[in-house]
Ligand binder design. Sequence first.
Ligand code: PMV
Length: 313
Amino acid sequence: MEIVNTKAVGKIILMGEHSVVYGHYAIASPFYAILTDITLEKNPENIIISYDFNGRLEDIKQLIGFEMLIEYFNDKYGFNDFYKIKLNSNVPIKRGLGSSASIAVALSKSLFEIHNMDYTNQEIFELAMVSEKIFHSNPSGVDVEVIINENNILFSNKKKSQVIDSKLDAYLVVADTRLYGVTKDAVNDVNILYNSDEYYKNMIEELGEITIHAADNILNKDLVSLGKNMLKSHEILKNLTVSCQKLDKFVEIAMENNALGAKLTGSGRGGCMIALCQSLNIAENIAKKLALEEADTWISYLGDGYEKSCCKS
Ligand code: PMV
């Protein structure tokens, strides 16, 4: 095809960030409120046109992973082509909502499509992980997997991921601190702790166990226990040094205003907090309170598959 257009969603990690790097499960959901849109056409050199970046891909250090992804595709499938990438994304960067994975998935799909090739999810995963490894050094793959799947999943990099098929009559507030988190640094620092002391190794084990309990809570529709497990998970992530003042404050505000549970989501040290709420009234009130702290917020109903209906408040 001359020109192709592909889209990919953002993502939310409900439970299990960081411990998922060590082979434990994570629970992740597609986040439909935010979207990456890529239009791809062949060009004499790789260039990108976007809100934040314009120019030759190889000259933009922050985007070098995508240049490598294209090279990997060309080498593997025997092409020698270059492309113009028009990128339109409202996935905020460095907020734990999957911006790099979302671009990687949309770009990978568009490369197959421009060559009229069929592809499998496994092929998209392999390709998207090329840039993820460059951006995040040791990614578990949870972001890419959930964005490809567009389903709520229980993910482990050691086993095949499973779709969690459950509806919850509850709401999730997603609140963006507007602070950048750097996944690579947070993951590396946790790894230093993990290798330094059994105490931290046990915390990672515990995070893994809590995630399994949370999956059971979802299947049993036990919102109260799910909320408690979210809060426990936040406390452990805090001890692992990946929270920050603003995230802790957001969790506190959510809990003071009747959330069932709240925690950071993604790699932390900025990025977003999620709060589980029993009613829309509670969720709206929490979103209002968080807006006073300069949060950008979304509210999502969990009743029709996670994140199916979202609105920014
Ligand atoms: O990229 P983020 O911020 O959504 O973090 C991904 C989740 C981590 O567990 C922290 C890292 C990983 O590769 O799984």
